[in-house]
Design a binder for this molecule. Structure first.
Ligand SMILES: *Cc1c(COP(=O)(O)O)cnc(C)c1O
Length: 239
């Protein structure tokens, strides 16, 4: 094995161990939680190694980086998640490779994603990104809709051709009432998810938890954790 492969295999094993322990502590089956490796800022060669090591889900947050990476990895059987703030002028590109867009946070984006998905002849799974620190009617610093905007967006996605409402996503807030209270933040997201599933039973994905807080997310009931640093290493710059 190359050095990088050895390193990634070791990191992946440690993350897998953390997820397995968190599942068992929460009385959940390991299969209930899907690992998404966030490969942003790392090269396509790393994505290829991860795929060989058994990773099936990867995530990116910038179209400029993601589009060429996805193209270079076209031969791999990977599910691509887009998790970054998304401008409508990037939507056509994203709809070409993404299987899921986890950062849906405004109706304008829903309209653009729908048109792009139809044009590409693809179905995009969409997660409404919830900003637990956003005030009513506003969006979060890192994107996301305020909790009272979930329903409107969910309805828009559910009615949009080419899109499938898949669930909810959040990033634990650094400010506001949930700052430093990750478990409480993820519990709150689960409440919103229960409410959403009452109207949209198939929208059962709950994407929460990153390298530093995946245990809290698994304990709360997350179905997907998004892990970057703990698998690939500390990113050279903010990404
Ligand atoms: C970068 C990123 C992650 C992964 O964060 P790590 O702390 O590196 O695990 C998860 N979710 C989103 C939305 C991200 O942008």
């Amino acid at each position: 094995m190359t050095d990088r492969r050895t390193q990634l295999a070791g990191n992946l094993a440690r993350v897998e161990e953390r997820i397995a322990s968190a599942c068992s502590a929460a009385g959940r089956a390991r299969e209930e939680v899907t690992l998404i490796v966030v490969t942003k800022t790392y090269p396509a060669s790393d994505v290829r190694i991860l795929s060989e090591l058994g990773v099936r889900h990867v995530a990116e947050n910038r179209d400029q980086d993601a589009a060429p990476k996805a193209a270079a990895c076209e031969d791999l059987s990977l599910t691509w998640h887009f998790v970054g703030q998304l401008q409508t002028n990037k939507v056509r590109s994203v709809a070409g490779y993404a299987d899921f867009v986890q950062s849906v946070d405004r109706v304008k984006l829903v309209t653009a994603l729908s048109a792009a998905a139809v044009r590409e002849g693809r179905e995009l799974g969409c997660l409404v990104q919830v900003a637990l620190d956003a005030e009513s009617g506003e969006r979060g610093v890192r994107g996301g809709v305020a909790p009272d905007g979930i329903e409107e967006l969910a309805t828009a996605v559910a009615a949009a051709p080419g899109l499938r409402l898949a669930g909810l996503m959040t990033v634990a807030p650094l400010a506001g009432p949930y700052a430093g209270r990750r478990r409480a933040a993820f519990d709150r997201l689960m409440e919103f998810s229960s409410r959403l599933r009452a109207d949209h039973p198939a929208a059962n994905m709950v994407s929460a938890g990153m390298s530093s807080d995946l245990e809290d997310a698994v304990a709360a009931g997350a179905t997907h954790v998004r892990v970057g640093t703990a698998v690939l290493g500390v990113r050279p710059s903010l990404g």
